[in-house]
Design a protein. Structure first.
Ligand code: FE2
Ligand code: FE2
Length: 140
């Protein structure tokens, strides 16, 4: 049986990952050069808004559950070149999908219906980001 502490710990790992993603996408936007880089900058700017929404929701829900939300990002790698960057992003978006699905099960165990569904919706957002990244990688 899941506990609230276990759920808070999991959500804080998700939150650190979201802060890391926001910073990574801003960093990568700065390192995206040329015509393809310009397109990538636009796409990443859109995704940053989604990740900020996720971070904001997680911050609120962790506080509502009686926890203390993290404000430190999870560290990330800084590979050179657009393709290596996007491959890293794809791998990290996939990990986010898995983590949100696992934590939605914890929320379900605890009878937290809104949280369960919201985490599944966030998993779907990350899967959508992954799909967009796969399309970009195919064209490189
Ligand atoms: Fe996210
Ligand atoms: Fe994402």
């Amino acid at each position: 049986m899941a506990t609230t502490d276990e759920l808070i710990k999991g959500l804080n790992e998700d939150l650190a990952a979201e802060w890391g993603t926001v910073i990574r996408y801003i960093y990568q936007s700065g390192k995206a050069f040329g015509l393809t880089g310009e397109e990538l900058r636009e796409i990443l700017q859109g995704e940053i808004q989604d990740e900020l929404g996720h971070a904001s929701f997680l911050t609120d829900i962790i506080i509502d559950l009686g926890g203390e939300p993290v404000t430190e990002p999870k560290p990330f790698e800084k590979p050179d070149g657009l393709k290596a960057m996007l491959e890293l992003d794809l791998q990290m978006e996939k990990a986010d999908v898995d983590n949100y699905m696992a934590h939605s099960e914890l929320a379900d165990d605890l009878g937290l219906v809104e949280l369960k569904l919201k985490l599944e919706e966030m998993a779907a957002d990350e899967a959508g980001h992954g799909r967009e990244l796969r399309r970009l990688i195919r064209g490189l």
